[in-house]
Design a protein around this ligand. Sequence first.
Ligand SMILES: [Mn+2]
Length: 371
Amino acid sequence: MRLLHTADWHLGKILKGVDRTPEIGEALKSLLEIVRKERVDLVLVSGDLFDRPQVSAEAEGHAVEFFLRLRELGVPALVIAGNHDPKERLEALSPLFALAGAEVRGRLLFREEGGVVEAKGLQAALLPFVSERVLVKRVLQEAEERHRTYAEAMRRVLANLASPLMLGHFALEGVRPGGGEFFFHLAGSYAVPPSALPLSARYLALGHIHRQQQVSEAPLAWYSGSLIQLEFGEGEDADRGALLVELPPSGPARVHPIRERWGKPLKTFRLKKEELDGRLWEMERFPGYLRLVVEGRLSPAEKERLYRALPHLLAVEGAGDLPPPSPGGAEVGLKEAYARYLGERGEKEALLERFEEVLKEVESETLAAGA
Ligand SMILES: [Mn+2]
């Protein structure tokens, strides 16, 4: 049996005003080509098909077309919602997707409720993203206790759903972040310990982390990675694409990474002000989208000149506005981690202020609930 494992499409993604949907749509066409050529039997989509609760009709159209084309090829699909997906909407549309041969799961169902399905004669567990807030009671005050509770709850969910094939959308401890989700990692936030992965699983198809990587040997677990480079903060050279998984009737599964460079690359140039003119040609020739971090103040007119000269320049930032990321991803405070995250995304103060307000609200509520 040959599986194609994909995740983190993020249809509807808008990066600093640029809609990435056409690039993602092209990547999906390439995926279909792989399904056809490699005679794939079953497609696994491990969450984050969409980037946000409300996406454009074009974004939805690409997803619908993908599953209709799969149906034409006679290939069924298993699909789970990620944290970015409109999970209620996916759940509501699931009977329609089922007509196209795609089993779509928006919310968590335990085994007794139908959380394990059969696909091509194989038992497959569907574990969509489960919000930390659902799993962790707010009365638990200590961060450490909350993290332990989350890990324990996920351990029970995974044990309940233990199956030869499992789809999941969560962060696994010790994972190398892909950039888009690095706030999670830096804040030392919620993650599932590898020991919670059921040993009886022959393959775990994971989504959530955008860098393609194997995260467990026994049981075998991989993140397929995103289709395209979605954020400047995601390493240009980081592996992504999709995975072709061979699952023989018995014996271990074999994983063949498909490391494609779909979509436009994103690159950050970090330059001193006086280097700008000398490096302009290099930036002009770069085939993707650019972000420029300049050491030294630039006047609005100077910025304007750069935007005119470089049509694919999406952001100009001053260096030193934010502290550089700490080496090794050491633990930092929530506020600092969020400031860095905003910096990576090129968004700034207004959101940070709002974040502080929300943080205070949550803290006072947590105290009140604990009292
Ligand atoms: Mn994602």
